[in-house]
Design a protein around this ligand. Structure first.
Ligand SMILES: NC(=O)c1ccc[n+]([C@@H]2O[C@H](COP(=O)([O-])OP(=O)(O)OC[C@H]3O[C@@H](n4cnc5c(N)ncnc54)[C@H](OP(=O)(O)O)[C@@H]3O)[C@@H](O)[C@H]2O)c1
Length: 301
């Protein structure tokens, strides 16, 4: 691996990958649909690319031997459009000199379709990618600790000192930071034994809601409580946040998220719980605990 194009570089997941690749010394560029941008906010060169405009792909991929691929949400956008965009990319990658692809599925992906659009779209993409002629690996991070900084979690945390999340109180959750996902992707990209494989990744510990709140309490020096947010209330809020003011979109998002979050809470073994010991040992990576992340992100200040 010498030169890497990060697709989805303007999102927070892709931005963390750009930073990890640059600090590992790789020549890196970030793709964006915004053709007026010559560089990303971090100063990394920008390359114009639209997954749904196949004509833009050949020239964008030229000159890169590796691609870190991040795709938009199949909850907040049409799953068929996301899959089309992926297939355009795959055809272009197979037709150019791209030697290696690291796909960030952005969420847990099981070994079969589950009947939830967000999951099944990623499942189909992982299956097609790993069966393709491209030397690819897929990373499936279960849940980002940075979600605590988003509009659906941060205000309650700041205003009421409450970690309000749609997890059952007893659910062990392996929160992972975006920086750690990016470091693992770099490690997998450098290791050819990961080709053709999918990795479910999480953080170094699986904490129940009250344990997560206790870790943040220690880091921030202020008491944080956990409250299990009813799945339906969470899904409704996300539907109105991401529905773009359209009733049908909002209802679809609400129904999809309610169904998948019920499954996240009820499935055994839990899609949110991962044992990362073997991967940490293999790549000599020490993943970030919730406490350590809290020290670096003082959200109450
Ligand atoms: N596991 C978790 O805890 C968790 C948490 C949050 C999100 N997620 C998942 O992460 C995924 C992505 O999240 P998001 O949608 O919120 O990402 P995002 O941060 O909005 O980023 C989307 C990225 O995709 C790029 N993009 C969109 N359409 C494109 C196209 N047609 N061609 C090329 N690039 C395109 C955008 O680039 P430009 O706009 O610059 O073109 C942007 O960089 C979703 O599946 C979501 O469910 C998971």
């Amino acid at each position: 691996m010498q030169s890497v194009l990060v697709i989805g570089a303007t999102g927070d997941q892709g931005a963390a990958q750009v930073a990890a690749l640059r600090s590992a010394g790789y020549r890196t560029a970030g793709a964006t649909r915004d053709a007026t941008r010559s560089c990303l906010p971090c100063g990394t060169p920008a390359v114009p690319l639209d997954l749904n405009d196949p004509a833009s792909l050949g020239s964008a991929l030229a000159g890169f031997d590796t691609v870190f691929l991040n795709l938009p949400s199949a909850s907040f956008s049409d799953p068929a459009v996301v899959i089309d965009g992926f297939r355009h990319f795959l055809r272009a990658a197979e037709g150019t000199g791209v030697a290696r692809v690291l796909f960030n599925a952005s969420l847990y992906v099981g070994d079969e379709a589950k009947g939830y659009p967000a999951h099944d779209t990623r499942y189909q993409i992982v299956e097609e990618l790993l069966a393709s002629r491209v030397a690819a690996s897929a990373v499936c991070p279960v849940i980002f600790i940075e979600n605590l900084m988003r509009g659906w979690a941060l205000p309650v945390l700041r205003e009421r000192r409450v970690l309000s999340y749609p997890h059952a109180e007893e659910l062990p959750v392996s929160w992972i930071s975006l920086q750690d996902v990016a470091r693992l992707m770099v490690a997998f990209a450098e290791d050819r034994s990961t080709i053709g494989r999918k990795f479910i990744v999480g953080g170094p510990e699986a904490l129940r809601g009250p344990e997560t709140a206790a870790a943040l309490t220690c880091a921030w020096g202020e008491t944080v409580r956990f409250e299990s947010l009813p799945v339906e209330a969470f899904a409704r809020e996300m539907g109105s946040l991401f529905g773009g003011g359209e009733r049908s979109a909002s209802e679809r998002i609400t129904a999809d998220l309610a169904a998948i979050y019920r499954w996240y809470n009820e499935a055994r073994p839990s899609p949110f719980t991962v044992d990362m010991e073997a991967l940490q040992a293999r790549y000599r990576i020490s993943l970030t605990t919730v406490y350590q992340w809290g020290l670096e992100h003082r959200l109450l200040a």
